[in-house]
Design a binder for this molecule. Structure first.
Ligand code: UGB
Length: 599
């Protein structure tokens, strides 16, 4: 009360709202007015004003929803009450077969009408990495970071667009990146420092999401920052913010008006994803899906949602992601006493959502015009114990981008596409310690597995294209047992589809297990190549290089490193290995022309 004399009328109103909403604890430590901290008190109200204005209905609505959701969570109430889950039918693709190749061809054409949206506002709490996740190397053979790889992949589609359009290359494929206060500046810095990795700066739009207030307990008391008692702790509201941002920024409308047809959403650290995009986009256009979610076979209890058909007792049905923390209780409550378990196939019967979503822009914009992009929220507190009375750390309301179809009418065409995990999904989400505790047979989702998955995928693709690639070794890094395949990487412009890989590989090619090969150029053809060592080829556009013959050198060895060894850079030690460049053949072609590289 005494402090109110310090405040402006709007601030008095906000203070009253807080008091009415049971938040008096926020003021308990406040000193007498004028004694000290006046600036801090003003800053406190600035923050409250921002939290209040950036949430529909203001803080009162936010706290009210939180109380309801926290009570439901404590009572173990299932948000899917009344719904019966069953396994849905989707488009199941097999890499490299005729229909896959046809879908890829259709998808590459449709990429001409696509816009990409990267959601990269997450803290990456589970990984515990100090930098932004998109700056992490996707693989350490070339050190290319995730963001560079994503941009180069999109530019690859753009190039494909150019060749399809026979020279008309004016149109650029747009990329929007959702950031948050945690990632915004560092994302911008990464882009600027690297000249946007080849994109035009105007081609990339950053949309910053605002954070929401955190709660300390089930009564939804707002959590004060332990290091500043005049600040409310805040955390990201979740990737679901992307819809309201695309709408409120006007970007979606700009894309729609420019004649684009598809929006493709993707996450910060999936190094395989772009291998799956052409075929998935092909499915969207062929099946005329308004919404298409990419999924992979899911191991029970894996931290990815399950795509589920939900049938309500009133007859409604929808095919939707059920998040990993909700799938088990939903199944137990609806006649599956064992909950989230593998079937006889060794996988959960529910395909795993990898949050790669493809929306058709027209119906999407129409829907957002009605909803403004609002998405249903949820709360996921981490309780200290089974009494569910205290949290391990503060919690907040969240929303997820894949919940978008929940508000769609039954007439909406919502589908999903299942791909092999080796092709489509290898996220970097878990720190080494937690990854080492993942039950045997379940994916680690770590920096170690994320990188090894790239080599596995590329090796398997080359095998399908007729190259003899040795079987992998099994090795343990940071306590995780992984398959170590030949370290083969290529730039997206070398090949975006299986047909392109096949076009660039001919004769009898073989690659030994100890080999590494980095292909950095679009016109590099492998012909009767037998590689046993390390080979790095770089070529400018316009240089056509044929690589063949028996190439042998000592190559790059792999050394174990310990994630606890702080003398090693964090990006490396979280993998548990590093390469030792003993010997390699490295060749760079800087001028257009025709070349042949033989031993
Ligand atoms: N993200 C944001 O941009 N803003 C935020 O506020 C939060 C996150 P996580 P999560 O495919 O592996 C999702 O934390 O949420 C970005 C799906 O819900 O990595 O636990 C963040 O930067 C789940 O169904 O994942 O789980 C990152 O790029 C499953 O599909 C992305 O959102 C799982 O991902 C995902 O955030 C998966």
């Amino acid at each position: 009360q005494k402090n109110l004399s310090l405040l402006f009328p709007q601030q008095v109103e906000l203070a009253k709202v807080l008091v009415e909403m049971g938040q008096t604890h926020l003021f308990q430590h406040w000193s007498e007015p004028g004694v000290d901290d006046d600036d801090d008190k003003r800053a406190f109200f600035d923050q409250i004003a921002k939290l209040n204005s950036s949430y529909p209905g203001g803080l009162a609505a936010y706290i009210t929803t939180a109380r309801e959701l926290l009570a439901d969570s404590k009572a173990g109430k299932n948000p899917y009450d009344g719904f019966t889950p069953s396994v849905p039918l989707g488009e199941v693709l097999t890499y490299g077969d005729d229909s896959f190749v046809q879908f890829e061809e259709a998808g590459i054409k449709e990429a001409q009408k696509a816009a990409f949206v990267l959601v990269a506002g997450g803290l990456g709490e589970r990984l515990g990495y100090n930098g932004i996740k998109v700056a992490l190397p996707r693989e350490t053979t070339t050190g290319t970071c995730f963001l560079q790889h994503y941009i180069e992949s999109i530019l690859g589609f753009q190039e494909a667009r150019c060749s399809l359009a026979r020279g008309d290359c004016r149109a650029e494929i747009p990329l929007a990146i959702m950031t948050s206060d945690d990632t915004h500046l560092r994302t911008l810095e990464l882009l600027e420092k690297n000249s946007y990795f080849g994109m035009k700066p105007t081609q990339v739009k950053l949309l910053k999401q605002e954070k929401v207030a955190c709660f300390d307990d089930n009564e939804a008391h707002l959590a004060l920052d332990p290091s500043n008692k005049y600040r409310i702790q805040t955390k990201p509201h979740g990737h679901g913010d992307v819809h309201s941002l695309l709408y409120s920024s006007g970007l979606l409308k700009v894309w729609h008006d420019a004649g684009l047809r598809w929006v493709l959403f993707f996450q910060d650290t999936n190094g395989l994803l772009f291998k799956a995009i052409p075929a998935a986009l092909g499915v969207s256009t062929t099946k005329q899906y308004h919404v298409n979610s990419l999924s992979v076979p899911r191991k029970a209890k894996e931290a990815i949602g399950g795509i589920t058909k939900l049938t309500h007792s009133d007859g409604r049905t929808m095919v939707i992601n059920v998040e990993y923390n909700q799938l088990d209780p939903l199944l137990r409550a609806s006649g599956y006493p064992d909950g989230d378990v593998n079937s006889e196939t060794g996988y959960s019967p529910f395909p795993g959502n990898i949050n790669q979503l493809i929306f058709e822009i027209g119906p999407y914009l129409e829907e957002l015009t009605k909803t403004g992009g609002a998405i249903k929220e949820f709360v996921n507190p981490k309780y200290k114990d089974a009494t569910k009375t205290a949290f391990k750390s503060s919690t907040r309301l969240e929303c997820m981008m894949q919940d978008y179809p929940k508000t769609l009418p039954p007439s909406a065409r919502v589908g999903f596409t299942v791909m092999d995990a080796w092709l489509a999904y290898a996220p970097v989400k878990n720190n080494p310690e937690d990854a080492a505790k993942v039950p045997k047979g379940n994916p680690y989702h770590s920096a170690t597995s994320g990188e090894m998955a790239i080599y596995r995928s590329n090796s398997l693709i080359l095998r399908k294209a007729g190259v003899k690639v040795d079987d992998p070794f099994i090795q343990v890094f940071n306590g995780q047992e992984v398959e170590v395949w030949s370290r083969v990487v290529w730039k997206p412009k070398w090949a975006l589809t299986f047909s392109e890989v096949k076009r660039k590989v001919s004769g009898n090619c073989s690659i030994s297990q100890k080999s590494m090969m980095a292909i950095k150029g679009s016109n590099i053809a492998l012909e009767d190549l037998s590689l046993d060592g390390a080979l790095v080829i770089e070529a400018v556009d316009g240089a056509e290089v044929k690589v063949g013959g028996s190439m042998q050198n000592k190559g790059w060895s792999i050394e174990n490193v310990d994630y606890k060894d702080t003398s090693i850079p964090e990006e490396i030690r979280i993998r548990g290995f590093r390469f030792n460049k003993v010997e390699q053949l490295e060749k760079t072609y800087t001028e257009p022309g025709k070349y042949s590289l033989t031993p």
